[in-house]
Design a protein around this ligand. Structure first.
Ligand SMILES: C[S@@+](CC[C@H](N)C(=O)[O-])C[C@H]1O[C@@H](n2cnc3c(N)ncnc32)[C@H](O)[C@@H]1O
Length: 206
């Protein structure tokens, strides 16, 4: 179709259905195509903290002693995952929308707004249009509108359309339950009751 594949992005998460006859699915693939070689890519809008922000250039060389990385952070790469504790702010990941996620609605396979936000910020400019042809409860449109883009969606289920409209109203009134982009993911300390093997398991009980 004459489109150019720029990136194949893996969005990986640690939650979801546990399969019993195959490995549990823990990623989704995003394909980013452009129509031409003229396209928008706002890297600075989506940089993430560098691993070693204080690293400098080695000698010899004209840049010896100067910072070797971008002070705004690094390119997030094409695997959007839960990363190890690599900078003091903690973890950068986009958790799967699940039952206890603040954004969860009636839709069974809704996407987190945060996932779309990174695409919207990097691949569009303010006032651009974002179209989601399978818009569900409107996560992509919400991400677009939050960042001053214009949005349109198509959805065949009236209940999802109604929910999308309701969420848009909540967004405009500042009441949309929303997980901010880049918010650190909660890490269990190991002391929580659910992090420990129940005593009764050792006694052979279920
Ligand atoms: C994976 S869901 C998208 C969820 C969405 N990203 C969100 O976060 O709410 C796909 C949606 O496409 C809708 N859909 C499927 N076929 C469609 C069609 N031919 N026209 C319009 N919507 C359709 C489904 O009803 C479903 O809500």
């Amino acid at each position: 179709m004459g489109l150019h594949l720029r990136n194949r992005i893996i969005w990986t998460f640690n939650h979801g259905l546990h399969c019993s006859v195959r490995f549990s699915g823990r990623y989704e693939t995003l394909l980013w195509f452009t129509k031409t070689s003229q396209y928008t890519f706002n890297l600075d809008s989506v940089r993430i903290p560098s691993k070693y922000p204080g690293k400098t250039h080695f000698r010899p060389g004209p840049k010896y002693g100067l910072p070797s990385g971008n002070p705004l952070g690094k390119n997030p790469g094409d695997v959007w995952e839960l990363m190890a504790h690599e900078w003091e702010v903690g973890l950068w990941s986009i958790p799967n929308v699940k039952a206890n996620h603040p954004e969860k609605t009636i839709h069974p396979c809704q996407f987190p707004i945060e996932l779309v936000e990174r695409c919207v910020l990097a691949l569009t400019n303010e006032d651009d249009w974002v179209l989601d042809p399978f818009s569900g409860v409107g996560s992509a449109m919400l991400a677009a509108v939050r960042h001053n883009r214009r949005a349109m969606g198509c959805e065949r289920e009236p209940a999802y359309v109604a929910e999308a409209k309701h969420r848009m109203e909540l967004l405009f009134s500042g009441q949309l339950p929303y997980r901010p982009l880049g918010k650190p993911v909660y890490q269990p300390t190991g002391r929580e009751k659910v992090s420990q093997i129940p005593q009764r398991y050792y006694q052979g009980e279920q």
